[in-house]
Design a protein. Structure first.
Ligand code: SAH
Ligand code: SF4
Length: 352
């Protein structure tokens, strides 16, 4: 199956600011027209050229004649959880769909969870998206568009002030498009998010972690999820390629800006990786690293035969790491009732 994006080639949402400038200059127009166009596409979320009223009609006509479109994805079904979590389906131009989740953080602020691929190739055994396999990578434009299009589902007066690549897919497997998406996401003439408000979460692709550290000062989250290679090999096949010691070494050399912490995600699977010995080993592995640990009791779906640990087990695991001075949080179950919690993304077959 092809994993290359199957979308119109001439979509303005897929152009970097420099590429857009080159196109505009090649048309014999001044460079500032490209900046205006960029703002329309990424800041104002224009859907077509008609509304771009401060651009000369001739430019708009040339772009249209040349086959360019704004290439917007569209908003599909919106589901709201009783806890305020909002899950949106994003319809892609080739008929595919991904999901993105808006997580309420209080005081009218939301964190948006972005997808980077249609499905995922990494086959982690506890993850619903993993059961789907990989259909294709998303383009940079499709990634950025999730933020623009989901604005229609954000309650009036609320803002999305953090972005996390924790939706469908492994962002570092789609490295080039994810890095390209950071252009419009952080550009002041685009969506203007500071890199400090963006987190990329990975299952542990070591060479790409090194590469990301060189190109983008975003926050990094690692899905560690086990403390021995024996268990991690079993629940995350990627561990056979990049075992725990190599992954931890990559984290230790990641060029974190001062006063920032790595996030370590740890899905708690009852009876698999949630013992006192695991808590102790986790504390040892991360010793001396600037980390915050995020414990995620497993969000169930039928099939893989895992169980959520009992509440007491979660507390004991938390308490051990807390005593050792780590910053530890237990991630709640926001959005569980609409299948919008971590690892539950991906369209379910209809029930009848
Ligand atoms: N592919 C990336 C980002 C998407 S997964 C990664 O693996 O990091 C986002 C987070 O959800 C990961 O930390 C993953 O370990 C966790 N996760 C996946 N399935 C889960 C489930 N069923 N319950 C709880 N967390 C899950
Ligand atoms: Fe892919 Fe992340 Fe799910 Fe693993 S946990 S299958 S890497 S989305």
């Amino acid at each position: 199956m092809s994993i290359r994006p199957v979308v119109p080639e001439k979509s303005l949402t897929d152009l970097s600011r420099t590429a857009l400038q080159e196109r505009v200059v090649a048309l014999g127009l001044p460079r500032y027209r490209a900046d205006q166009l960029y703002k329309w596409v990424f800041q104002k979320g224009a859907r077509d050229f008609e509304g771009m009223t401060d651009l000369p009609k001739a430019l708009r006509q040339t772009l249209t004649d040349d086959g360019w479109t704004v290439g917007r994805v569209s908003l599909g079904r919106v589901a709201e959880s009783i806890d305020g979590t909002i899950k949106v389906v994003i319809r892609l131009q080739d008929g595919g769909a991904v999901e993105s989740v808006l997580i309420p953080m209080g005081e009218g602020r939301f964190t948006q969870c972005l997808s980077s691929q249609l499905g995922c190739a990494l086959d982690c055994k506890f993850c619903y998206t993993g059961t789907l396999g990989l259909s294709r990578h998303l383009t940079a434009g499709e990634i950025v568009d999730q933020v623009i299009v989901a604005r229609q589902a954000v309650p009036a007066g609320a803002v999305v002030d953090h972005l996390v690549f924790m939706g469908m897919g492994e962002p570092l497997h789609n490295f080039d498009h994810v890095v390209a998406s950071l252009g419009p996401l952080t550009d002041p003439n685009g969506l203007g998010y500071s890199a400090r408000r963006i987190t990329v979460s990975t299952s542990g692709l070591v060479p790409q972690i090194d590469a990301l550290g060189k190109v983008a000062p975003v926050n990094l989250a690692i899905s560690l999820n086990a403390t021995t290679d024996e268990v991690r090999d079993r629940i995350m096949p990627i561990n056979k390629r990049y075992p725990i010691a190599e992954l931890i070494a990559a984290l230790r050399r990641y060029p974190l800006p001062p006063r920032r912490k790595l996030t370590v995600e740890y899905v708690l699977l009852g009876g698999v990786n949630d013992t006192d010995a695991d808590a102790r080993r986790l504390g040892d592995l991360l010793d001396g690293m600037p980390v915050r640990i995020n414990l995620i009791p497993w969000n169930p779906f039928s099939g893989p035969g895992f169980a959520r640990p009992e509440e007491g087990r979660v507390q004991a695991f938390h308490a051990h790491l807390d005593r050792r001075g780590y910053t530890v949080t237990v991630r709640g179950t926001k959005g569980l009732d609409i299948d919008a919690a971590c690892g539950q993304l991906g369209e379910r077959p209809a029930l009848n």
